[in-house]
Design a protein around this ligand. Sequence first.
Ligand SMILES: Cc1cc2nc3c(=O)[nH]c(=O)nc-3n(C[C@H](O)[C@H](O)[C@H](O)COP(=O)(O)OP(=O)(O)OC[C@H]3O[C@@H](n4cnc5c(N)ncnc54)[C@H](O)[C@@H]3O)c2cc1C
Ligand SMILES: *[C@@H]1O[C@H](CO)[C@@H](O)[C@H](O)[C@H]1NC(C)=O
Ligand SMILES: *[C@@H]1O[C@H](CO)[C@@H](O)[C@H](O)[C@H]1NC(C)=O
Ligand SMILES: *[C@@H]1O[C@H](CO)[C@@H](O)[C@H](O)[C@H]1NC(C)=O
Length: 610
Amino acid sequence: MLFSLGLICVALIIFLYKYVFGNSGPNPFETDTREPLREMVHDRKEKNKVLKQGFLASKVPTDLDAVIIGSGIGGLGLAVLLAKVGKKVLVLEQHDRAGGCCHTFTEKGFEFDVGIHYIGELLDHKPFRCMLDSMTNGQLQWEPLDNPFDQVVIGPPENRRRYPIYSGRTRFPEELKKCFPGEEKAIDEYMRLVKRVGRGIWFLAVLKLCPAPLAKFLVYTGLVRRLSSFFEMAPRSLTEVVNGLTENKDLRAVFAYIFGTYGNMPKEASFAMHSLLTTHYLNGAWYPKGGASEIAYHMIPIIESAGGAVLVRAPVNRILFNKANEACGVSVMKGQEEVHIHAPMVISNAGIFNTYQKLLPKELQAMPTIQKQLSMMKNGEGGLSVFVGLNGTKEELGLKADNYWIFTETNFDELVENYMNGTREESAKSIPLLFVASPSAKDPTWEERSPGKSTLSLVSFANYTWFEEWKDGKVTNRGEDYKDLKQTFINTALDVVLENFPKITRDKVEYIDAGTPLTNTYYIGAPKGEIYGADHGIARFDPEVCMTVRPQTPLKNLYLTGQDVFLCGFAGALAGALTCGSVILNRNLHLDAIGLAKKIKFINAKLKDE
Ligand SMILES: Cc1cc2nc3c(=O)[nH]c(=O)nc-3n(C[C@H](O)[C@H](O)[C@H](O)COP(=O)(O)OP(=O)(O)OC[C@H]3O[C@@H](n4cnc5c(N)ncnc54)[C@H](O)[C@@H]3O)c2cc1C
Ligand SMILES: *[C@@H]1O[C@H](CO)[C@@H](O)[C@H](O)[C@H]1NC(C)=O
Ligand SMILES: *[C@@H]1O[C@H](CO)[C@@H](O)[C@H](O)[C@H]1NC(C)=O
Ligand SMILES: *[C@@H]1O[C@H](CO)[C@@H](O)[C@H](O)[C@H]1NC(C)=O
């Protein structure tokens, strides 16, 4: 016993020394790089000069330090971190604009965003906020949502219950208690659990960053589960935990509703992932002022100022390897021709399945270490989005800066299972869970940009197999049957909206269209139309899986960033970038971000004193 304790201590000390104090690379968060706020640019043509720089071989900078495949927050974020320490990085994006899930598009004069509805942890001077301020030189601004920020709506029209969800560590439980008198104990216990488990997340970064032998030691001795509340609770399902807390079906549902933000029905969801998302919004929820495209718009110039570039319409068709099987560049399809780009380091933001199954030569794909990683992950659920353009201001339409999570009943497991496993014709006629939000109502610059108009974003899940037969069709012309099926989903979703928002009427709808899993494949490169990348079910949180799928791949000079290497969500994918950057720069960037926050707090306190 004493011996093993000693062993643990030695191991931890080595780890702490090397990965906490023994930093050797430069620190991208060394100084506060915020600059005075410049005037916002709304002109789309101006913004496109930054966001839509088309690929040309002549635009590729010479002497690159790294090339990154994909311009999601995982790719752009990493490029910024590397640029901040002077590295020349090329980001290549297959779509015609940069941003991945953070891109926006405009139809009939309505601007829509794709994958950014609300983000937590952005209180002033908190590490995540300081980090993002630093990564955009202080130009990206965040607008808080209303409080309550979420509305959980359950049941048929004649028996509809609505539960407002407030942020605030004390307000969240207090308000729940008002809705559920007599359930105080269950609510307190739920709070205690999610906070304890959420706090243990740091150990996920440890498993992905520490040397493989140490990670194995921590995992195979079972120490991980003892040292981290996150891993201790990871094997337990959300259904199991919540059912143990209360008999009240509505309260169980309210505890569980946020499973939509990572995509696994409660009986398949890990309570660890659930705790993380619940605590993510405890201090509030924010939306990027000016819309999601502001994120890439303010990151790209930082990459460029170090000599790098972000080029779009640049589909990478394979990664190049030298004779020793070390990654040495990528090949981009320009029309029918391959353009080869060489760099000492290749980092993929395209997700684990694209990277290993599509971009590696067959013989490397067959490597047991690669196959092992692939067997540990599975494709996540497909996404369904409906984009609605409305004639009317937010006041006229009764829209607020919040989100609705609308469910037909409380038995989420059954609802999702029946829906996802149903035939497409049946499922399209009844969508049991629907997220409804108005991006335009969240953005204070909207009224100036699009006076008298509003938008809605509706999101749900969809089974990839419903649409698979059209996967080889042309993007805007997949045929009448596809259109009809899409239209059925649209009609069903719109009915839900009309029922829940009395001020919205059919004649206000100026534009409506849907994105299916195939749409996700085309625009964000999701191989099976995934909404959140690889699946986040319980298996993903097995410590062995967590330590095996890490930024370093089995192939030298090839790295992974983004949501598949850490977790989904804007914050999760950015944590993927931070983790990948830590490996590349050989220092712990998570701690560096915390260090920057402390520094800024200290300076602010001093300024106040003076
Ligand atoms: C509908 C929806 C709603 C969401 N809502 C929220 C929310 O409210 N809050 C939140 O925090 N998160 C939300 N998310 C999740 C979040 O947006 C994502 O988890 C995160 O942005 C993923 O970032 P990423 O960089 O890992 O991947 P992505 O943003 O998917 O980027 C990957 C990029 O790689 C590119 N690519 C792929 N293959 C190639 C190739 N061969 N060559 C070149 N480029 C390639 C793709 O085109 C894509 O641009 C939402 C997601 C969706 C889809
Ligand atoms: C929008 O609504 C206003 C009145 O509310 C109407 O005058 C106008 O014609 C409508 N515009 C469109 C494009 O329907
Ligand atoms: C899905 O449906 C099929 C047949 O309709 C059934 O056999 C199967 O058990 C269902 N699977 C799940 C997970 O519900
Ligand atoms: C999607 O549909 C296929 C085929 O009907 C089925 O096998 C699969 O289980 C479904 N997926 C989910 C998540 O239910």
